[in-house]
Ligand binder design. Structure first.
Ligand code: HEM
Length: 163
């Protein structure tokens, strides 16, 4: 009895598998191109992982450690995730205070600000956020410097000082 299955030659099989691979590659390029910036951060779960790492970096960095190595860090992480999600049009409404009153009781300088940005960049790199997407978030944070540095309080000097 004749087989019901279509018989392919080795050459045909190779050609079809090549075509299938090319098609799958095209579909994946297309899907990537259609991702929003928020999706390039991995959505909200991605932001949570990035901000977790950012906070570890902030506490490891000498300039920012005094500000963040205290029990308030979990609350700040939560607020940063909501704020970044809002800035990236991820469908969140940042529920926190404005940047001027939040940082009013601290003296934050350019060096501390740059150190925070570096902690964020290292975390975004670790989580493979594409460069263009990273820059989109950084461009929204950069103008906040004016409000963050407007404070006039003391620089916290020890753990648990920034309650
Ligand atoms: C673009 C830069 C920054 C952003 C977007 C940012 C964002 C935030 C947010 C969302 C909060 C929580 C707001 C709330 O309590 O409702 C916060 C709190 C805080 N931030 Fe920043 N921040 C920035 C830069 C910095 C820098 C450079 C420092 C110090 C090195 C700093 C130190 C703090 C501290 C100590 C708190 C807790 C304030 C408190 O105890 O009430 N921030 N920040």
């Amino acid at each position: 009895m004749r087989s019901l299955f279509i018989q392919f030659t080795t050459g045909q099989r190779q050609l079809y598998s090549l075509l299938l691979t090319a098609l799958l590659a095209l579909v994946s390029v297309q899907a990537h191109a259609e991702q929003t910036t928020f999706e390039k951060f991995g959505g909200k779960p991605g932001l949570v992982l990035i901000v977790d790492d950012m906070m570890l970096n902030l506490i490891a960095a000498p300039l920012t450690k005094p500000f963040f190595d205290n029990p308030k860090k979990d609350f700040i992480k939560f607020m940063l995730v909501e704020q970044f999600c809002d800035l990236l049009d991820g469908g969140c409404k940042y529920p926190g205070r404005d940047m001027k009153s939040t940082h009013a009781k601290f003296k934050v300088g350019r060096a501390e600000f740059n150190s925070l940005v570096e902690s964020l960049q290292i975390a975004m790199d670790k989580h493979d956020v594409p460069f263009t997407a990273q820059n989109q978030l950084l461009a929204k944070l950069a103008p906040m410097y004016r409000d963050v540095e407007a404070g006039s309080g003391p620089v916290p000097t020890s753990t648990n000082s920034a309650k």
